[in-house]
Design a protein around this ligand. Structure first.
Ligand code: ADP
Ligand code: MG
Length: 292
């Protein structure tokens, strides 16, 4: 490989706001077969909102206040959505006397002497919390609309569900379309539930989706794709997915993401535009074809 061509390519990338950290990264990008995307914060804006809520044998206001109080210590974007909504509705939050976060599952906190759990089906199953059929149907309905259903239980009894929705980035569908035209396979990896994930994937034209992937398992999924014989690029924002960025043949970090993403990525996109992930691969193809 001509070092000059690579240097020129890296310089061209920098002008476009695409930081390619090494010549190896550029060469590896040219060889990719698969591009896997994290969903939350990468394909979506990553600033979800509570768009609906349904209480089960409990006052709606109490449901929201308890859920928000339990989520207050969490830094998860879903938690922030619930807290923001409760504040907008004028509720004072109660202090959490105890708090535990379960990554990829939810939180459990002690609020005003009550045990409040907020999370997904995995959390409810592990805590042996029964889902009444009416509540389950409501949650499934939200998920079929592409929303995340946050289940809430108070003292071990299912008490409601919040529908939380995160907008897709404008560039997501375009980027996927371009990658497919370039003969790359596009995959979405998410901790979200299969129904909501499928709805989102369908909207942006992604055929292969891996859902309910726990944060520590995202890197395993990337390794599995590699073991199947593919060269894998992973695009992520560093929230829950830094190990996957590291495991990929080419880790592509969203620059507006976390510091750890910027550190871990082989390529960093300085703008929040997913078309720059496409541009990075196009750049690598141009540079390498010039070398050959
Ligand atoms: P993603 O892959 O979309 O970034 P995460 O791995 O962070 O998602 O979370 C996966 C799922 O775990 C969420 O969709 C949600 O159901 C549940 N979850 C994670 N953190 C929380 C929380 N603080 N409160 C409620 N549910 C949570
Ligand atoms: Mg993410």
């Amino acid at each position: 490989a001509s070092p000059t061509a690579i240097t020129v390519g890296i310089g061209r990338g920098a002008e476009l706001g695409i930081l390619v950290k090494s010549g190896e990264a550029l060469e590896a990008a040219e060889k990719l077969d698969v591009v896997a995307f994290d969903k939350t914060g990468t394909l979506t804006i990553g600033r979800p909102d509570v768009v609906d809520l349904f209480a089960w044998e409990m006052d709606e206001r109490k449901l929201l206040r308890l859920a928000a109080s339990a989520e207050k210590p969490s830094e998860h974007p879903l938690a922030e959505a619930v807290v923001r909504r409760a504040k907008e509705d004028g509720f004072d939050l109660l202090p959490a006397e105890q708090f535990e976060a379960f990554p990829g599952k939810g939180v459990v906190a002690r609020i005003a002497g009550m045990s409040v759990a907020a999370g997904n089906r995995i959390l409810f199953d592990e805590m042996d919390i029964a889902m009444p059929d009416g509540l389950l149907q409501k949650a499934i309905g939200y998920e079929e609309e592409g929303k995340t259903a946050m289940l809430v239980a108070v003292d071990g009894k299912a008490s409601g569900v919040l529908a939380i929705s995160d907008r897709l980035k404008d560039s997501s569908a375009y980027a996927v379309e371009e990658l497919k035209k370039m003969n790359l396979e596009v995959v979405m990896i998410t901790g979200d539930n299969p129904r909501s994930a499928a709805r989102v994937a369908e909207k942006i034209g992604i055929q292969k989706t891996l859902s309910e992937v726990l944060p520590e398992e995202k890197a395993h999924e990337v390794r599995r794709l590699k073991e199947a014989g593919s060269r894998v690029g992973f695009v992520g924002d560093g929230i829950n997915d830094a190990p996957a960025l590291a495991e990929a043949d080419v880790g592509i970090a969203i620059g507006s993401g976390t510091d750890v993403a910027i550190e871990t990525g082989d390529i960093v996109l300085m703008k929040d535009d997913l078309l720059d992930a496409v541009a990075a691969i196009q750049l690598s193809r141009k540079v390498i074809s010039r070398i050959k």
